[in-house]
Design a protein around this ligand. Structure first.
Ligand SMILES: Cc1ncc(COP(=O)(O)O)c(C=O)c1O
Length: 383
């Protein structure tokens, strides 16, 4: 489906709930990251899991991204036309997925982040069957403790294995510093600490004749500190294209840099002190705010004719206190009138990535009063 073919005539009459993306904010966010990379000599390889959209992936490529990142092969298949250079930052292990990745390498550079001999052998076997070569980035754990080999010595062992295995090519290292968020400590210190781990691994690799051409790291909370990690060659911010309430509360974005809103409608006020909206966990996603788990399920920015004042304010204490699948419960403080049935409510989602993945399409607002539907091309492509 071409998004150009589906303009929206009257944004205000559009049924709710839906997600709106402000294109000019998204563009500015893309540009902000691109400029940072250019200033500091760091390549940008945005993670597309946030937007899952061909349109946005193409904007990122046009802004100078060296390539793009996905977690799953299905996402890559859906967005494949956006660039010739892809990183699957996820340990592919099964033969079927490895084969699909290897097939894509006929026409594009495809790299995979892995942390086991088994994963290397799986993708190598698939590449040999397909007659292609897959690039390998050895995933090194720098403190997030999710994936990644535990030590520089283990990274060297995997790199050696890659270098002697047919069908794969050692292209370097990757890491994900997901533990580094402003609420957990000093960001500059954290980034320097993870860079020291990378430095140790690189020293071993160089000593073994395997210098890593690529050292890939980064995330949205760490992105503007990445120049402090002198060993990185590229970073992979994802959330930064839209930002969300987490990035806002962490102080890593202003409200004016948050591109996404969920628009909902008050559908029930029967229970005293509450307004229930038509956006529950199937619209907003059920993630609490990492930056402040007590802050409810999204930030209410506007409700009927009331709008939050100032950059970061909540709407006078209105809190989304509970979600069920199709209901969001707004606690209305006693000093505020309960909004009339049918009132529109505008919400900044806590975590935009799972929220987007719940929607087949979102409203792309190109200018005041000018909008069109944008498909979420890689939505639900989880394998
Ligand atoms: C491997 C990897 N790289 C990059 C990112 C991007 O992180 P963020 O959304 O914080 O920018 C993620 C996020 O989950 C990730 O898992």
């Amino acid at each position: 489906m071409s998004i150009e073919s589906v303009p929206i005539d009257d944004l205000e009459q559009l049924p709710t709930p839906h997600v709106r993306i402000d294109l000019s904010i998204a563009r500015a966010n893309i540009e902000r990251v691109a400029q940072y990379g250019a200033e500091h000599g760091l390549a940008i390889r945005p993670h597309t899991k946030t937007h899952k959209s061909l349109v946005m992936a193409q904007l990122q490529s046009r802004a100078g991204a060296i390539g793009l990142t996905v977690a799953k092969v299905g996402e890559l298949e859906a967005l494949v036309d956006a660039t010739d250079d892809w990183l699957i930052a996820y340990p592919i292990l099964d033969p079927a997925r490895s084969r699909r990745a290897a097939r894509l390498a006929h026409e594009r550079t495809i790299r995979v982040g892995v942390d086991s001999i088994e994963a290397i052998d799986a993708v190598a076997a698939a590449a040999c069957q397909e007659g292609t070569t897959l690039g390998i980035l050895v995933d090194l754990d720098v403190g997030h403790h999710r994936t990644g080999v535990a030590s520089p010595a283990a990274a060297l062992r995997l790199a050696r294995h890659v270098s002697t295995t047919h069908g794969v090519r050692f292209d370097g290292l990757m890491c994900f510093p997901g533990h580094l968020v402003p609420s957990n400590g000093d960001m500059a210190e954290g980034v320097r600490a993870y860079d020291a781990v990378l430095g140790e691994a690189i020293e071993r690799l160089v000593g073994d004749g395997l210098p890593p051409p690529i050292v890939s790291g980064g995330s949205t909370p760490t992105f503007r500190y990445s120049h402090l990690a002198e060993h990185l060659t590229e970073i992979r911010p994802g959330t930064s294209i839209y930002n969300d309430r987490n990035t806002l509360l962490w102080g890593e974005a202003e409200l004016s840099q948050c591109a996404a809103r969920v628009v909902a409608t008050v559908v029930s006020t029967a229970v005293a002190g509450k307004a229930v909206i038509d956006a529950g966990s199937k619209t907003l996603a059920a993630d609490l705010c990492g930056a402040d788990p007590s802050a409810g399920f999204g930030q209410v920015l506007a409700m009927g004719d009331r709008r939050a004042e100032g950059e970061e304010s909540e709407l006078q204490g209105v809190r989304i206190s509970r979600l069920t699948e199709e209901h969001g419960e707004l606690e209305i403080p006693p000093e505020l009138p309960v909004p009339p049935l049918g009132s529109r409510v505008e919400i900044l989602p806590n975590h935009i990535c799972p929220c987007i993945n719940l929607h087949d399409r979102v409203v792309l607002v190109e200018a005041p009063g000018k909008a069109r539907w944008m498909p979420i091309d890689a939505r639900g492509r989880l394998s």
